[in-house]
Design a protein around this ligand. Structure first.
Ligand code: GAL
Length: 415
């Protein structure tokens, strides 16, 4: 009821700006409980403005399957109105000439002044807005079931060393220490959290953004692989192919103690009716306090031929950055609003911590882009990293030192 009232209030204010009714077909991969709830807010608002919403949902966290389907559609000359496209991929689609210019909406709505620069530069191709950001997700979180830790006689770990000690206790008490889904993007999510802890933000940036061969192949990276591989001893044998939200459910229902995952996991806890600080805890991934690995969800907008659909597209662009939408969407999604001028009073401690760390790291160098989410580097380099890291994680007896050198070689070949 409350949701309905809020949606109607938002709609009234948006209707004043909206002009014409058309259709928006929107490609996304938000199909888990928390995600579906969040995206339905956007659908509801578009429909209330008189536009029709054609849902183009392709399941699969990280969006790999969604991107494959999108390419086929776009190449056959029939792209959707908007698609969930992030980071460097926006530039790649822009270069191919598929994306439409949203500068007029951006000017009317002052996007340049309400959005942080780290965000706007990702959304623009050749100086023009071609994508609209939805949120900021922090990726380097540890999600904890406090009850399981208590039963295991363990405290919340703050360093990697502590993490392994706690994990031993949890294992001895008969629980799964770390919930994990063995899909490449989830392996990299774990890997980048360990890399940030071991290398620190500066070398993380050198390795994965500047693609510095010395850091990629060096001793620090060998240590990253050693620590990363140790994590596998604390994951249950059925991890391969498991979805990220099934892993989150294992923490929610007390089967597992912890999960390292972006704060879309909070959307699952919220959808299950759980309260942060009581039923679950959100803390920095071990060893990454005061650092922030960012993932920015965004929709890129395609060139369309129908005038009514182009107008509906602009309604969508405007709606995504509407303040009330930003609030309600991000409350459900687990992320923080992407606008800097928001009232955060309805947000929980996890979101407030995230916002504070996002702001402090924006100026002190602790803000780094996520590799697993495509924010750090091109899709080609990202694919090379995914390959080396996933193979290492799943191999029988892999060699960390050789793998660090292999990583550098693979990245170089993809540059
Ligand atoms: C990410 C996306 C998040 C979340 C996650 C799991 O790629 O940015 O919003 O949905 O996948 O599906």
């Amino acid at each position: 009821m409350k949701l309905k009232q809020t949606l109607s209030a938002i709609t009234l204010s948006l209707m004043a700006a909206a002009s014409y009714a058309g259709e928006v077909e929107v490609l996304h991969w938000w199909t888990s409980g928390g995600e579906a709830k969040s995206v339905s807010v956007l659908k509801g608002l578009m429909e209330e403005q008189g536009n029709s919403w054609k849902d183009f949902a392709i399941a699969g966290g990280g969006g790999e399957s969604a991107m494959t389907v999108l390419k086929t559609r776009a190449v056959s000359g029939n792209p959707p109105s908007a698609a969930q496209i992030k980071g460097h991929d926006i530039q790649e689609w822009g270069r191919l000439g598929f994306l439409t210019d949203l500068s007029d909406v951006a000017r009317e709505e002052n996007w340049d002044s309400v959005l942080p620069e780290v965000v706007t530069k990702v959304m623009k191709y050749d100086g023009d807005y071609v994508a609209v950001p939805v949120n900021v997700h922090r990726v380097n979180w540890l999600w904890v079931n406090p009850d399981v830790l208590k039963k295991s006689g363990a405290e919340v770990p703050t360093t990697l060393n502590e993490f392994f000690k706690v994990a031993d206790k949890v294992k001895a008490a008969g629980f799964i220490p770390l919930a994990h889904g063995g899909q490449p993007w989830q392996d990299i999510t774990l890997f980048e959290a360990v890399a940030l802890a071991v290398l620190g933000a500066e070398d993380y940036q050198k390795a994965f953004v500047n693609l510095d061969m010395d850091v990629l192949s060096g001793e620090g990276m060998t240590e990253v692989f050693i620590q990363f591989r140790k994590m596998r001893d604390y994951i249950d044998p059925k991890y391969r192919g498991r979805s990220w939200n099934s892993a989150t459910s294992m923490v929610i229902n007390g089967e597992a103690a912890m999960q390292i995952m972006g704060d879309w996991a909070k959307g699952e806890f919220a959808a299950a009716g759980k309260t942060p600080g009581k039923d679950y805890l959100c803390v920095s991934a071990p060893g990454t306090q005061g650092q922030f690995t960012y993932n920015i969800d965004s929709f890129a907008f395609f060139k369309l031929s129908e005038e009514a659909d182009r107008k509906a597209q602009k309604d969508l662009a405007r709606t995504i950055l509407d303040k009330d939408f930003q609030e309600i969407f991000n409350l459900n999604k687990g992320s923080i609003p992407v606008r800097l001028d928001m009232d955060m009073s309805r947000f929980d401690k996890c979101a407030l911590d995230s916002m504070a760390t996002f702001k402090s790291t924006s100026t002190n160098g602790g803000l780094v882009p996520s590799v697993s989410q495509g924010l750090a580097t091109t899709s080609y380099v990202q694919a090379a990293i995914f390959d080396v890291v996933t193979n290492f994680f799943n191999a029988k007896d892999p060699n960390p030192e050789k793998t660090a050198r292999k990583l550098a070689r693979a990245v170089k070949a993809a540059m």
